[in-house]
Design a protein around this ligand. Structure first.
Ligand SMILES: *Cc1c(COP(=O)(O)O)cnc(C)c1O
Length: 469
C-alpha cells in the first residue's frame, strides 16, 4: 500500500520483513567535510587505541576510530536483532486529526524491543564483540535503568555475566527495573556501593549519598580495570562513536519504510538527545542525505533544564565526574553540572556525543530545547490518541513534533514529519503520577548557572578557535 492509494490516509503501520533489515551500520565520521578532533588523554595528547584496551575489546576500539562509511553487522547480531527488528514505522493519523494539521506525522517505534527502548541495538552488538574477544563479564552503570536492562538482556543471550551499578535514588525509586535486570541474570547493585574504592570513598564522606551517574561510572570502570585477567570489560550505552554507529540501523530502516509507501523525503526529522544515541540512530542516515544536498530540518531536542547543545559550550571535557574517561570534544555544561531531577533521567547528561556535536557545529543539525511540562502535555496527548505511553525522554521528541505540526497548520503546509519514539514509559509511571498531581515544575537555566558549572573545565586544553565558533 502506498500513501497515494488509500484516502483519507495511507498505511498506518509500515513494516519491513526480516530480509529487508539493513545489514550494515552507517558511519557519519566518513562523510564530514573536516575531520573530527581527537579525544585527549590526561597528558593533553590524543588518546591511543592502546589506552582504551583496558576497558574495551579490540573490535569496538576499531569501530570507535573507524573512517569506513559502511560497517558490516555480524550475522549473529543480525539474528538477535531480528527478534524485534525491523521495528515498525507508524503514521500517527489519530494525532494528526487531534491537531487538525495537514502534516503527515510518522514515528519510529523503538519501544518494541524486549527491554523497551532503542538501547538493545548497541547492547547486543557490544555484548557480541566482547564475547568473541574472550570477555566473560561486563560492568556498566545505569541511571533510570534502561541501559542496565538492555545490557543484562544482551549478556543473557551471549551467556555472559553482567554487573550493573545503578544510581541509588533510582534503584530505590524503580524496583521493577532492577527486577528486569535480575530476571535476565544481571546483578544490579545500588551505587555508591561498599564494593569499590570509588564507592567506599564516597560512602566514607556521606553514608547517605543518593549517588550519581558519574559515581556509578567510576565504580563500573574500576571493577573492569581491576580484573587483571582481562576477562572483565566495561560497556557504555551512549556518547561514544561506536554506540552511535550501532544505532544507525534505525534511520536506515525509516528511509526504506518511507520509500516502501511512496512517501517523500521528510521535511523534519526529530529525536530527543541525552548522550545522543537514539538521535544519531534515527538522524545520521538523513544527515548523509543533507550533506548530499537534501533539504531536511534535523532537530535534536533536549530538556530546557539540561541544555547541553543550546546553552552549553563546545569544549574538551570529561565524560564522567571523576576523570576515568578521556577528554572528549563536545558540547558540555561542565562535568560537575548536576541537572535538576526531571523525570527524563536519560537526558540529564552534562555532555554530548562528539559526533552529534560535530554535526551541530557543521550546521547539519539544529538543537532546540523544551520544558518538561510541555513534554508531559505532549506525551499525554500522544497516549490518548496513538495509545502508546512514551518514555519521558521520548516525550521531548513528541513535543517538538507537535510544535512542527502546529506550525504546518498555520502555514497550511503538507509537511512530512518523522520523530523517534525511543522507548515506552511503562516503568516510568511515577513521573506521570507527579504530572497528574500537579507536582512537576519547569526549571529555568541561567547564564549564571552556566558560568558556575563551567568552572571545572577551565584548566583543560581548548579546541582550536576556528572549530569552536
Ligand atoms: C537512554 C535513553 C535516552 C537518552 O539517551 P540517548 O543516548 O540520547 O539516546 C532516550 N530515550 C530513552 C527511552 C532512553 O532509554
Amino acid at each position: 500500500m502506498s500513501i497515494h492509494d488509500k484516502k483519507p490516509y495511507g498505511p498506518i503501520r509500515v513494516v519491513l520483513s526480516e530480509d529487508e533489515m539493513p545489514r550494515q551500520w552507517y558511519n557519519l565520521a566518513a562523510d564530514f567535510k573536516t575531520p573530527m578532533l581527537p579525544p585527549l588523554g590526561p597528558d593533553g595528547k590524543p588518546v591511543t587505541p592502546d589506552m582504551l584496551s583496558a576497558i574495551f575489546p579490540a573490535p569496538l576500539i576499531e569501530q570507535e576510530v573507524s573512517q569506513e562509511r559502511w560497517i558490516d553487522i555480524p550475522e549473529p547480531v543480525l539474528e538477535i536483532l531480528s527478534r524485534w527488528r525491523p521495528s515498525p514505522l507508524h503514521r500517527a493519523v489519530a494525532l494528526e486529526r487531534a491537531l487538525g494539521t495537514p502534516a503527515r506525522i510518522y514515528f519510529k517505534n523503538e519501544s518494541v524491543s524486549p527491554a523497551g527502548s532503542h538501547k538493545p541495538n548497541t547492547a547486543v552488538a557490544q555484548a557480541y564483540y566482547n564475547k568473541i574477544s574472550g570477555v566473560k563479564k561486563l560492568t556498566t552503570e545505569t541511571g533510570a535503568g534502561q541501559w542496565g536492562s538492555a545490557l543484562a538482556f544482551s549478556c543473557a543471550l551471549m551467556g555472559m555475566e553482567c554487573k550493573i551499578y545503578m544510581v541509588k535514588v533510582s534503584f530505590e525509586q524503580k524496583p521493577f527495573r532492577k527486577l528486569m535486570m535480575q530476571t535476565w541474570g544481571g546483578t544490579c547493585i545500588p551505587s555508591p556501593s561498599p564494593y569499590t574504592e570509588a564507592g567506599r570513598s564516597v560512602l566514607a564522606k556521606d553514608p547517605n549519598c543518593p549517588g550519581s551517574l558519574a559515581i556509578a561510572i567510576s565504580e563500573a570502570v574500576e571493577e573492569a580495570v581491576s580484573d587483571k585477567t582481562g576477562s572483565t570489560k566495561y560497556a557504555l550505552g551512549s556518547v561514544l562513536n561506536h554506540v552511535m554507529l550501532h544505532q544507525t540501523i534505525i534511520g536506515q530502516e525509516v528511509k526504506a519504510q518511507l520509500a516502501k509507501i511512496g512517501e517523500r523525503t521528510p521535511d523534519s526529522v526529530i529525536a530527543c538527545v541525552g548522550g545522543g544515541s537514539n538521535f544519531a540512530g534515527l538522524a545520521f542516515p538523513f544527515v548523509k542525505d543533507k550533506i548530499e544536498g537534501a533539504n531536511i530540518d534535523i532537530i535534536a531536542v533536549e530538556p530546557a533544564s539540561c541544555p547541553t547543545l543550546t546553552k552549553g559550550v563546545f569544549a574538551y571535557d570529561l565524560g564522567d565526574m571523576s576523570g576515568m574517561t578521556p577528554l572528549l570534544p563536545m558540547h558540555t555544561l561542565g562535568h560537575e553540572f548536576i541537572a535538576p531531577t526531571i523525570h527524563a533521567g536519560g537526558l540529564r547528561y552534562h555532555g554530548m556525543a562528539p559526533l552529534v556535536s560535530k554535526a551541530v557545529l557543521d550546521g547539519l543539525v539544529e538543537p532546540r530545547s523544551v520544558h518538561q511540562l510541555e513534554c508531559y502535555d505532549a506525551a499525554v496527548t500522544f497516549a490518548r490518541t496513538e495509545g502508546i505511553i512514551a518514555a519521558p525522554e521520548s516525550s521531548h521528541a513528541i513535543a517538538m513534533a507537535i510544535r512542527e505540526a502546529k506550525q504546518a497548520k498555520e502555514e497550511g503546509k503538507e509537511k512530512v514529519i518523522v520523530f523517534g519514539l525511543s522507548g515506552h514509559g511503562l516503568m516510568d509511571l511515577a513521573g506521570y503520577e507527579k504530572y497528574f498531581a500537579g507536582q512537576l515544575q519547569d526549571y529555568e537555566f541561567s547564564g549564571e548557572d552556566l558560568e558556575n558549572s563551567l568552572k571545572c573545565i577551565q584548566s583543560f586544553p581548548k579546541p582550536p578557535a576556528a572549530v569552536a565558533r
